[in-house]
Write a protein that binds this ligand. Structure first.
Ligand code: SAM
Length: 279
């Protein structure tokens, strides 16, 4: 296997620092540095971009990002056992790599960074969706990040990129496609990780759009979509009954048949329906 940097192989790093993977922290490590370099190339040229990495672990993806030329990488890691291994990376890239120890759900790294900012992470499964939803629902748009390159279980990745008519289509698809371009950039088998997870994984690449695809107020779109998919098998006139007594009229005004189910309704029509609730 070809070298991507002068640091030791990840297996040696993990053995030397006794980094046995902990399930509670969602630890499935990537050990192939050629693979992590490929993931680091997905966002494109990062030489003028600061990168936030959540959960660097022993540093496989971190090394990919740095060797591929990211301007700076700021990593947030909850497991203090990983810090000595990450210190070795810092010694190799003293001006371009910084680690904050702590919980990514509680830390705001923005004060340390200069835009443009990309986020790239092999996310811990237990906090991955929560972080993604936070990044997709800031108070103002465009958000602080220009792109998100994130590893998920393949099933979650398919929910982010799903189109109407598929079982995977739902709230996550609407959320990620309303104000971003979302695509699956790579799929990985369980054997790519140590230890191997039970399921396949996929890297999703999301690029923030300068403005939403269709006008709607975020809280109204969120309310309509949450309710519609909460009872996804029901016709919309029944599923959305609690939102307004004249829901059938509002559906028709938005160009949606009241007998349709949420799964069939495209993003543009959900936005039109959300606008029916503006006062
Ligand atoms: N990036 C490494 C790789 O690709 O091999 C490790 C990925 S592993 C799936 C997830 C990492 O996130 C672990 O290192 C874990 O300790 C860390 N982690 C788990 N929960 C976290 C949290 N709330 N905040 C920051 N890091 C967290």
């Amino acid at each position: 296997m070809s070298q991507i940097d002068s640091l030791p192989p990840l297996r040696d790093v993990i053995a030397r620092h006794e980094l046995s993977a902990r399930k509670a922290l969602g630890q499935n490590f990537l050990l192939d540095l050629n693979l992590t370099a490929r993931i680091a190339r997905i966002p494109g040229d990062l030489s003028g971009t600061d990168v936030i990495e959540v959960g660097p672990g022993p540093g496989g993806l971190t090394r990919g990002l740095l060797s591929e030329g990211a301007r700076r990488v700021l990593a947030i890691e909850k497991d203090p056992r990983c810090l000595p291994a990450l210190d070795e990376i810092r010694a190799a890239y003293p001006d371009r790599f910084q680690v904050i120890e702590g919980d990514a759900l509680e830390i705001n790294p923005l004060e340390h960074l200069t835009p443009p900012i990309a986020i790239c992470a092999n996310l811990p499964y237990n906090v991955g969706t929560e972080l993604l939803i936070r990044w997709l629902t800031p108070k103002d748009w465009p958000p602080f990040w220009s792109s998100l390159t994130l590893m998920f279980q393949k099933e979650v990745a398919e929910r982010l990129t799903a189109q109407p008519g598929s079982k995977a289509y739902g709230r996550l698809a609407i959320l990620s496609q309303w104000r971003a371009e979302a695509r699956i950039a790579m799929t990985l088998p369980p054997e790519a990780f140590s230890p191997p997870p039970k399921v396949h994984s996929a890297v999703v690449h999301l690029t923030a759009l300068p403005e939403p695809r269709f006008p709607a107020q975020p809280h109204l779109l969120e309310r309509v979509v949450a309710k519609a998919f909460n009872q996804r098998r029901k016709m919309l006139r029944a599923a959305l009954k609690g939102l307004a007594p004249d829901i059938e009229d509002r559906l028709l005004a938005a160009g949606i048949k009241p007998t349709e189910r949420a799964e069939q309704v495209p993003l543009e029509a959900f936005c039109a329906l959300a606008r029916q609730f503006e006062t």
